[in-house]
Design a protein. Structure first.
Lengths: 264, 309
């Protein structure tokens, strides 16, 4: 299919001809989202389960002078939060969006008064919401099960979290844009997903990384997000360099995804 | 007034013209057929009408509007059933009908429509569990749910069993009787002959004929088929010289001539002149099938019957 000649469904804001049409799309997509137990498990349940399992290791609950008197479990709360975001935006979302294009669902909607962008928008919003619910669950369970203190700078924490969500959704959309088929997007997603898990500190928390490595990692979207969340958790306002790095990644990925997206 | 006008529409993919200067006008209230062999450019033509593709050259107007620039208004009055376009795998029939109803300002009540299409027992079935025919019928329902003024149906009965096909034809006739213009893309001759008021035959990206089904049949070469078994062989020269004859063949003593009414009279006088008796003489009208084959022609230039001079 010569995609260069297909109708660009334009990047202007979707104007729905009928009031309530966008709401109907969101309602239908929410139902469909809740029918994906696999995605829901990995996004909402898995990060918290991982945190609980790690917390069962006795030494992870002991204060460590090498970590500035904090415990390993304290460091893993933001890691699990970022893991929730990665699961949602990079693992679950790209195959859904690519599938909508591949199966002609977007094309079908292009022939109605509602623009197919409404469908993509609904899915992106739902994956963002699921990631936030999961993050909330991680923080709550960390507090109740292991006494991990709630973020001492809640506004800074929330800002860093929202920027990180925007960034992961933009990266997921970019994967969908550059992948021709659902299979390719799952493969690309997996590679990016492992890289992002590493930089988010799933194997070694960013704060426990050697200096040189940490300097590199904190330039990546989730390395920077991890540092920002960690600072806010400890009660500082997150560094603007970290927040700026996450925002810049989000902006660049979002712009590139929008530029390269093919509707058919 | 024509509700759809296509004027010199061209569309090329990777330099290869798929639609090469197609023009036609669809009148309000008719069933307009677009007939052609596979790969003739039928689907690309209707995709340009639906605003899914932008023609490289030429113009398309739906109710006077450009389908791309006037998308908002065109999508409200044009219902489309596309080939190879699915719905979300886990959406149920009911949810799909509800969702698409919400897209239009004055949607039809989908319940009678679903019942009419035999979907009323499948309302809670998810899309990926539907059979090919059921998916097809749901697609037709979604094309009609917005009460369109024009509906484009691309290969509408593909995948339907003969019973469902006939029911669908009846539905399309009812839709037309309700004042809706129908554009029907098909390669089923029977469907085109039964339903269409007029047919555009498209071959290799061009409109090669545009007429009523009867007009297409009458206009085709050899629209009358005369066959008989003569009591003694007739000389080839006499057969070849028959007025209006397009082709003839003799097989196992049986002569089959494609010609016109004029040929029929000439055959009768030939037989009388030579004192030959014709056994099992049959004169038949060619079908749309014959007309179609005649118009679209074999791509490799090989005829199936011996051509008369």
């Amino acid at each position: 299919m010569a995609t260069a000649h297909t109708t660009p469904a334009t990047t202007t804001t979707p104007r729905t001809a009928v009031p309530g049409a966008t709401r109907a799309v969101l309602k239908a997509e929410t139902r469909l989202f809740l029918r994906e137990p696999g995605s829901l498990f990995w996004i909402v349940v898995f990060p918290t389960v991982l945190l609980v399992v790690l917390g069962l290791v006795p030494s992870f609950r002991e204060h460590d002078d090498g970590l500035g008197g904090r415990r390993v479990i304290d460091l893993y709360v933001p890691v699990a939060v970022l893991l929730a975001l990665i699961m949602s935006g990079l693992q679950a979302m790209p195959p859904v969006l690519t599938g909508y294009r591949e199966r002609g669902i977007l094309r079908r909607m292009s022939t109605t008064p509602v623009r197919p962008a409404a469908l993509l928008g609904a899915q992106i919003a739902l994956h963002g919401a699921a990631a936030l619910v999961s993050a909330l669950l991680v923080v709550t369970v960390g507090r109740t099960a292991y006494g991990v203190r709630l973020p001492e700078q809640p506004f800074g924490y929330l800002l860093a979290l929202l920027l990180a969500v925007a960034c992961v959704l933009a990266l997921g959309a970019l994967i969908c844009s550059v992948s021709r088929t659902t299979k390719i997007s799952a493969a690309v997603g997996s590679v990016v997903y492992f890289a992002m898990m590493f930089t988010a500190g799933v194997w070694v928390p960013v704060q426990a990384m050697p200096d040189g490595l940490r300097r590199v990692v904190q330039a990546t979207p989730f390395g920077a997000a991890s540092q920002a969340l960690d600072q806010a958790a400890r009660g500082d306002w997150p560094g603007w360099s970290h927040l700026g790095a996450v925002a810049a990644w989000a902006a660049v990925a979002g712009w590139a995804a929008n530029r390269t997206f093919r509707w058919q | 007034m024509a509700i759809i006008e296509a004027n010199g529409v061209r569309k090329a993919y990777a330099g290869r013209p798929v639609v090469d200067g197609v023009s036609f006008a669809v009148e309000e209230g008719e069933i307009f057929g677009i007939l052609g062999p596979n790969g003739a450019g039928k689907t690309t033509t209707v995709e340009c009408v639906a605003g899914l593709r932008i023609p490289d050259a030429g113009t398309v107007r739906v109710a006077g509007l450009d389908p791309v620039a006037g998308r908002e208004r065109v999508t409200r009055l044009l219902g489309t059933q596309l080939q190879e376009s699915e719905l979300q795998p886990k959406i149920t029939v009911r949810e799909a009908l509800d969702l698409y109803s919400a897209f239009y300002p004055e949607p039809a009540d989908w319940r009678p429509l679903a019942e009419r299409l035999g979907l009323h027992t499948k309302l809670d079935t998810r899309f990926h569990r539907l059979s090919g025919g059921q998916k097809q019928r749901l697609s037709i329902a979604l094309a009609l749910v917005g009460r369109p003024r024009v509906v484009i149906l691309d290969e509408l009965t593909t995948g339907l069993d003969p019973r469902a096909r006939r029911d669908t034809w009846q539905l399309i006739e009812d839709v037309r009787d309700g004042g809706v213009t129908v554009v029907l893309v098909t390669h089923f001759m029977e469907e085109a002959q039964r339903l269409c008021d007029r047919i555009a035959v498209i071959d290799r990206g061009r409109v090669v004929a545009l007429d009523t089904p009867a007009g297409l049949v009458a206009g085709a070469d050899g629209s009358t088929v005369i066959s008989f078994t003569p009591s003694e062989p007739l000389p080839d020269a006499e057969l070849a010289g028959l007025p209006g004859a397009v082709s003839y063949e003799t097989e196992g003593g049986r002569v089959v001539i494609n010609g016109t009414d004029e040929t029929v009279n000439a055959v009768i006088s030939l037989l009388a002149r030579r004192g030959v008796t014709a056994h099992r003489l049959r004169v038949a009208e060619a079908t749309l099938d014959d007309a179609f084959l005649d118009l679209t022609g074999p791509a490799d230039g090989r005829g199936t019957t011996e051509r008369a001079a």
